[in-house]
Each structure stands twice: as C-alpha cells, then as structure tokens.
Design a protein around this ligand. Structure first.
Ligand code: PLP
Ligand code: COI
Length: 340
C-alpha cells in the first residue's frame, strides 16, 4: 500500500500509477489498456477543445470492514455516460468497455485503495472526449475514453458535517431540456462564476430552475434532498427537473428511504418550501450526503435554517448507505461488486 496520509486526503487529485485508455475510430472501440502516460497528444482543433464535446463520470471503490474492495453501482455510471454521449452526439462507450477499463484501472492501482476506517476511497473519473479535428461547427467521429483513478477524502471538509448554501438568480447552470441531465464539462464551467463567488464566502451554490427562478434544481455537483415531517410521518423530497443530473446516490437513498417507511416524492419544489423542511442535504458520489445547515437567499434577504448539526433522518440514511458500501450491512439490492 502507498505511503499516503489517507485520513488527511480531501477531494484532490493524487497521481495514480496507471490510467486506462481506449480510442474509438469508425464506431469501433479498442480494447482498454493501462498506461503510465498521463498526457494526451491531442489535435488543437479537437471537438472536445473547440466545441465542448466531452462527458465524464464519477464512481468509487471502497475497502470494506472485511478488507475486500467493493465497487458501487458502476453499471449505472456506464449507462449514464452512454446517455451523456448520445446527448452530445458521441459514440457511446459500450458497458463491456467501460467495465473492463474500470476493473483494469483498479487492478493496476490496488496500492491506492485507501485502508478501511480512514474515510478515504478510490475515486474513478471516466472521461470521454471528441478527438476529431474540426473547424466547422459539428460533432467529431473519433473519441477517447480514459479512466483516471485517484484516492480521495471527503468532498466537503470534515467527515459528516453541515455546509451552507447560497441561492443566486444571476447565473443559470443548465436550461430546461439542455445539458443539465447529462454529465458534461460545460455544465460545470457554466456554474464557476457562481460557485467561486459562493466558495469565497465559505458556502456552495443551490441553483434554481433557469426558466422561472422559482424551483430548486440542484447543487453545483450534487442533487438536493429535503426532509419534511408531519407528526411521525417522514417525507423524502427531491426535485423533478429536466435540467438536473439523475444521481445514482439519490436513487440509492430513495430506495433506502422507502425501506424505512418514508414517503418519497420527486416533484417541483419551490424555494420557499425550504421553510417547511426539518432537514436538507446535497447528495452525490463525491459528497455522499452533505447536510445543509442554512440556505441564504440574499436577493430576498431570507435565510432558511436547519440546525448546526446533521438531522436524524439524513444521518440514518447516510449510515445505511455507508454500511452497504463498506460491507457492514447486507447488500440486498446488489449494488456492490466485490473485486477479486
Ligand atoms: N448532480 C451533479 C451536477 C453532479 O455533478 C453529481 C455528481 O456526480 C450529482 C448530481 C450526483 O450524482 P451521483 O450520485 O450519481 O454521483
Ligand atoms: C461526483 O460526485 O462524482 C462528481 O463528479 C461531482 C463533482 C466532483 C464533479
């Protein structure tokens, strides 16, 4: 195992020994291969550089309580990357190529899988880029698929603590029926102006729908979850929107929430409804569940507060998901794959 201060890792890149690559020409993907070369020899007119023909993914491998390494729902990432590819007119990476590349990247970097109990995981960043040189505006026909592993720690500093969010109405992340439903780099670049301003204030951004600026869409790199309580009835609420990424974490949490007897509702959520929620959080592969302590709406001079400590409903869901990922609880849904 590498000599890394695993417990001190944040969400930063640590150079792995190998990355895995596969190119596609004339619709045919080559067999993925491992290489130590982390640089691309890319034409300056490549469609990924000129016209943003690019998509990526994010998934994790966990070293469990039993010492075994588990990959979490990688087939869902493969499917989502295929949808992103179709959305940007790229040749989708077949699931077999995606899977082979992930497994090879893990096999070649086993020393980078963090030990159990450190809070760190091995994160994989699958990347798909258009490599055809073009000046005329239009899609390329050649692609490169790359899997880049990196050990990471928590996305937000601290293991399970609250983050504050700010709402803005001057930067829209993604349009309805635009690229928000795909995991493409342009969405993130489009949010930088807002997220950097929020980070400078020690917060992150909660984006509203781009058409009405009325409904909650999602966070810059995560879906939104709100918890409503009426007596002993608990409702798990999450936005329905054509501009947000279908989160695999959110999907898993919805299943776990239903199992606990919570009502799960996916619908348009007005920003003002935050006032009726007892708990709120961002959720995603990188941030798992990051509870929200407050959401500030500076233009309306309103602050929604959820308490300084993570609430019990989201804490319970967080533990349930982590227990499956680390092999501490039975994986009834077949979400994890033991790497051998
Ligand atoms: N929404 C956005 C914009 C994201 O970048 C991510 C991260 O991947 C998510 C949601 C969460 O998706 P997942 O749970 O599949 O990681
Ligand atoms: C993830 O959660 O995997 C992400 O990709 C979000 C972000 C770091 C881009």
């Amino acid at each position: 195992m590498k000599n890394i201060a695993w417990g001190k890792l944040g969400f930063h890149y640590t150079e792995p020994d190998y990355i895995v690559r596969s190119a596609c020409h004339e619709g045919v993907w080559e067999d993925p291969y491992a290489t130590q070369d982390k640089f691309l020899h890319l034409h300056v007119q490549a469609t990924c550089l000129q016209y943003g023909q690019e998509a990526f993914e994010g998934l994790k491998a966990f070293r469990g309580v039993d010492g075994k390494i588990r990959l979490f729902r990688w087939r869902e990432n493969a499917k989502r990357m295929a949808r992103s590819a179709e959305g940007l007119f790229m040749t989708p990476v077949p699931e077999a190529v995606f899977g082979k590349a992930i497994h090879l990247a893990l096999e070649k970097n086993l020393d980078f899988v963090p030990p159990y109990g450190t809070g760190a995981t091995l994160y994989f960043r699958p990347l798909l880029i258009g490599t055809t040189p073009r000046l005329g505006v239009g899609p390329g026909r050649d692609f490169e698929f790359i899997v880049i592993p990196s050990p990471i720690g928590p996305y937000y500093p601290g293991k399970f603590h609250c983050t504050s969010f700010i709402v803005n109405r001057y930067v829209d992340r993604a349009a309805p029926y635009g690229t928000g439903q795909f995991k493409v780099g342009g969405n993130y670049a489009a949010s930088f102006r807002a997220t950097e301003a929020a980070h400078n204030m020690g917060m992150d951004c909660l984006f509203l729908d781009a058409k009405y600026h009325k409904y909650i869409d999602e966070c810059s790199a995560a879906n939104f979850i709100g918890i409503m309580r009426k007596g002993d009835k608990i409702e798990y609420l999450t936005p329905r929107s054509s501009a947000i990424l279908p989160s695999i974490t959110n999907d898993s949490l919805m299943t776990l929430a239903k199992e606990r007897g919570y009502k799960v509702t996916r619908r348009h959520i007005r920003l003002e409804e935050l006032a009726d929620m007892s708990e709120a959080a961002a959720c995603g592969t990188a941030c798992v569940i990051s509870p929200i302590d407050r959401v500030i709406d500076p233009e309306k001079n309103v602050m929604y507060s959820f308490g300084a400590e993570p609430g019990e409903v989201l804490t319970g869901l967080y533990r349930a998901l982590k227990d499956i990922q680390y092999g501490r609880a039975e994986d009834k849904h077949g979400w994890t794959e033991i790497f051998s």
